[in-house]
Design a protein around this ligand. Structure first.
Ligand SMILES: *Cc1c(COP(=O)(O)O)cnc(C)c1O
Length: 381
């Protein structure tokens, strides 16, 4: 393999049928949100995953914002989540005035440590937001049991978790609500941006439609359930374009194939890098039994921050784009203003500084993966 082979970090998934569906969407007389492709996509989620109600949104961020409105988060309320996550997990609740209470993660999955949640609950706690990092499930039985006992809501941030399962149940369908992302970096995309809210508790369906349609009962009006449509609640514009839905349909049709192909690439990295782990050079992700993941991400862990910086630099010189994320939210400027960390930060900062994400996308060639693997072996030589 030539040394000059360039390997990007990510390429958005594409099946080839997206263009055909977009052409179909614009060929009709009418083009509007919640059109035929929007309905088809939502029905797919309700049938296949399944949810009581699936509603497409412009992003996962928008889906989380809808969830915060649906459970009536008010100033002073507290919401529990990991600090090792994307900003939107917190921002959606901060926008409603909540204080974010961060708890530590488990080093094996980088997910919220379910054993630390109960001690972080106060009289003001309203919700728990588990984030399924890398599409590997949080310990949902324990989390749901705690939530039920304390009468809290569970909103799953399943941005990375579409087509992943926890003891046979699809991620995003276990909590009261769940959210998916169709951003270009995720396993499925609706043309660069997009998302979906899964409503699993039927009590929220009617209001979810209203909040999504600017606080109006427009959906009920179109179904003939009310004779005029008007402002009935808070809300915003959380309905995506039909073009996004048409693009997404081109991927949902091949959802299983995309998942299988990603998993094969993920397993190739795992098999080839396992010897380096056995030698004690790196650590690989562990997937708890009962979790079937979607190969959203392949990561390894270095000894620490210095070694990670050196490895990323080494790969970059070979034009291999490996990356890291997240700066823990509780250490970031806004995190200090809007949140607090409950208990000790044993793993959040330390483990986040060791993590390296390798290039992985739907259709990555094995030769590109081999190039990455060779470079990592050379680094540790
Ligand atoms: C990608 C991501 C989001 C945000 O998704 P958007 O669709 O870009 O709004 C939220 N949470 C997590 C954990 C993510 O990975």
């Amino acid at each position: 393999m030539p040394d000059y082979m360039k390997v990007p970090f990510n390429l958005p998934p594409r099946t080839g049928s997206e263009g055909k569906y977009i052409a179909e969407a614009i060929s009709g007389e009418k083009l509007s949100g919640d059109g035929p492709f929007g309905q088809k996509c939502q029905s797919w989620f309700e049938a296949n995953l399944p949810a009581s109600k699936a509603l497409l949104t412009p992003s996962c961020t928008a889906a989380l914002e809808m969830a915060a409105m649906l459970i009536d988060i008010r100033p002073g309320d507290e919401v529990i989540m990991p600090s090792y996550t994307f900003v939107s997990t917190a921002n959606a609740f901060v926008l409603r005035g909540a204080k974010i209470v961060f708890v530590d993660i488990r080093p094996d999955t980088m997910n919220i440590d379910e054993k630390l949640i109960e001690a972080a609950i106060t009289g003001k706690t309203r919700a728990i937001v588990p984030v399924h990092y890398a599409g590997v499930s949080c310990e949902m039985d324990v989390i749901m049991e705690i939530a039920n006992r304390h009468r809290l809501y569970v909103i799953e941030d399943a941005a990375q978790g579409m087509m992943s399962y926890y003891n046979g149940r699809a991620l995003g369908t276990i909590g009261h609500m769940g959210s998916f992302s169709f951003h270009e970096t995720k396993n499925y995309t609706s043309g660069g941006e997009g998302g979906l809210i899964m409503i699993n508790d039927e009590r929220f369906i009617e209001r979810a439609e209203i909040i999504r349609e600017k606080g109006t009962n427009r959906s009920q009006f179109f179904r003939g359930m009310v004779d005029k449509y008007q402002w009935v609640d808070v809300g915003s514009s959380h309905l995506p374009s039909e073009l996004q839905a048409a693009y997404l349909w081109g991927q949902l049709e091949s959802a299983q194939e995309i998942n299988d192909v990603r998993l094969a690439a993920w397993k190739f990295y795992e098999k080839m890098l396992r010897p380096l782990e056995n030698e004690g050079c790196i650590e690989l992700a562990s997937v708890p039994s009962g979790c079937a993941h979607n190969a959203h991400m392949f990561y390894l862990k270095t000894e620490g921050l210095e070694e990670r910086t050196a490895l990323l630099e080494y790969l970059k010189r070979r034009e291999i784009m490996a990356v890291f994320h997240y700066v823990p939210l509780h250490t970031a400027k806004a995190g200090l203003d809007y949140g607090r960390f409950h208990g000790a930060d044993h793993f959040t900062t330390k483990e986040s500084e060791r993590l390296v994400r390798l290039p992985l996308w739907f259709g990555i060639e094995q030769s590109a993966q081999q190039h990455v693997i060779d470079a990592i072996f050379e680094f540790y030589q």
